[in-house]
Design a protein around this ligand. Structure first.
Ligand code: PMP
Length: 398
């Protein structure tokens, strides 16, 4: 008997497993629409100009790499607060937001989940059906029972907002509700401003704990526009959690730059919450790494680079929207009779295409077009060179 003889093989991560399959595929026409990564029109992962410019200043003036504070770079945390809540907002001005630098958006969610578990160990967690596949695993691993609220209706290929609201209204007080702040992953469907109002009213009336996952700020309608939902929660007088990711918006996937912000009732309460978040961090990985956080803080803190970032993010957003339209037009031109225009009503990096598992498997095995079995495709991986091929292949399996 060896020490690990009883260890079972864990299932492969569905998306990363798809990636491995894609890499092993010898079809020269293959297209990877599986993973949630933005590629430019040449199919390349961008290295943003604003990032390169700031890194150049870092090279010109090298700094030693001491430990960061447990909660990260102060200027970084301040920049996150300004971006998420608004620099002139009351929560930022009154100092009642506790923000920590985290290892990507995933890290922000995990620190928040661990803190919530200590604060309210018996709470349940509700995620959307469907949701980013890691939500369930992450909150389950933090010790919570995770259930879902209705969100997508496969029959109508649209939202089940009435179902969502019913499920929120039926939740017990203290239930943690994970909400996609914008650019819902995987469906691409966001609720409207008015529907947000109804969700906020339910969260308030039922004393639920909102945890907003903001992994795509700027990919929907713009940084301010996408962040507007935060202001609505603030205006309702709620205290809540927000996780931030810069993986996509800065194209800094591997640097692991994200954050967790917790809006508290007062500055004094925020200090107590921050002290607890720091214990969670200290006992997990002690303190965050320097490089990615320094870049984001540097870019956001420099007016010229900040403007450059906004314009580069804008280009990504506009290109994705153009690809949505091209996909709809291309499918029609390729002979698809069904109305696929719902793809342009979706927003962000993903589209729930409505294709069945069998159709997705055929796309992969016969044509080398990789999306998830749920029918999710990453629109941000389409480009002027692969779009016609993708449309022709989809037309063949529909
Ligand atoms: N939340 C959602 C909804 C996401 O789609 C992602 C990234 N795919 C994350 C969180 C995690 O982001 P990060 O890569 O920065 O950890």
């Amino acid at each position: 008997m060896s020490l690990f003889s009883a260890v079972e093989m864990a299932p492969r991560d569905p998306i990363l497993g798809l990636n491995e399959q894609y890499n092993a595929d010898t079809n020269p026409a293959k297209v990877n629409l599986g993973v949630g990564v933005y590629f430019d029109d040449n199919g390349k992962l961008p290295l943003l100009q604003c990032v390169q410019a700031f890194e150049k200043t870092m090279m010109d003036k090298p700094t030693p790499r001491g430990y960061l504070p447990i909660d990260g770079i102060a200027a970084y945390d301040a920049a996150v607060k300004n971006l998420v809540f608004g620099a002139d907002s009351e929560p930022v001005k009154s100092g009642r937001v506790a923000t920590i630098q985290a290892l990507g958006g995933t890290g922000g969610l995990k620190i928040g989940a661990d803190f919530l578990k200590r604060m309210n160990p018996d709470a349940k967690v509700l995620i959307s059906d469907p949701s980013w596949e890691n939500h369930r695993a992450l909150f389950t691993n933090a010790g919570f029972t995770v259930e879902s609220y209705r969100y997508y209706n496969a029959e109508t290929r649209g939202l089940d907002f009435a179902g969502m609201l019913d499920d929120l209204n039926a939740a017990a007080a203290g239930t943690v509700v994970v909400l996609h702040a914008c650019c819902h992953n995987p469906t691409g469907y966001d609720i409207t401003a008015q529907q947000w109002g109804e969700v906020i009213a339910a969260v308030k009336a039922k004393n639920l704990v909102a945890f907003l996952d903001m992994a795509y700020q700027g990919f929907g309608y713009g940084i301010t526009e996408d962040g507007a939902v935060i202001g609505k929660f603030v205006a309702a007088g709620l205290d809540f959690f927000v996780s931030t990711s810069f993986s996509k918006s800065f194209s800094l996937y591997g640097e692991r730059v994200g954050a967790l912000s917790v809006l508290c009732a007062s500055k004094e309460e925020a200090a107590r919450v921050l002290s607890q978040l720091k214990i969670v961090i200290r006992t997990n990985y002690s303190n965050p790494p320097t490089h990615g956080g320094a870049i984001v803080a540097g870019v956001l803190g420099n007016p010229e680079l900040h403007a450059l970032w906004e314009s580069e993010l804008g280009e990504m957003r506009v290109r994705i929207k153009a690809m949505r339209q091209k996909l709809v037009d291309g499918l029609k031109a390729a002979g698809v009779k069904q109305d696929m225009s719902f793809i342009t009503q979706q927003i962000g990096m993903f589209s729930y295409s409505g294709l069945s598992k069998d159709q997705m498997v055929r796309l992969r095995s016969e044509f080398g077009v990789y999306g998830t079995d749920t029918g999710r495709m990453c629109v941000a991986a389409l480009n002027s060179k692969n779009i016609d091929y993708v449309c022709a292949c989809i037309a063949k399996v529909i």
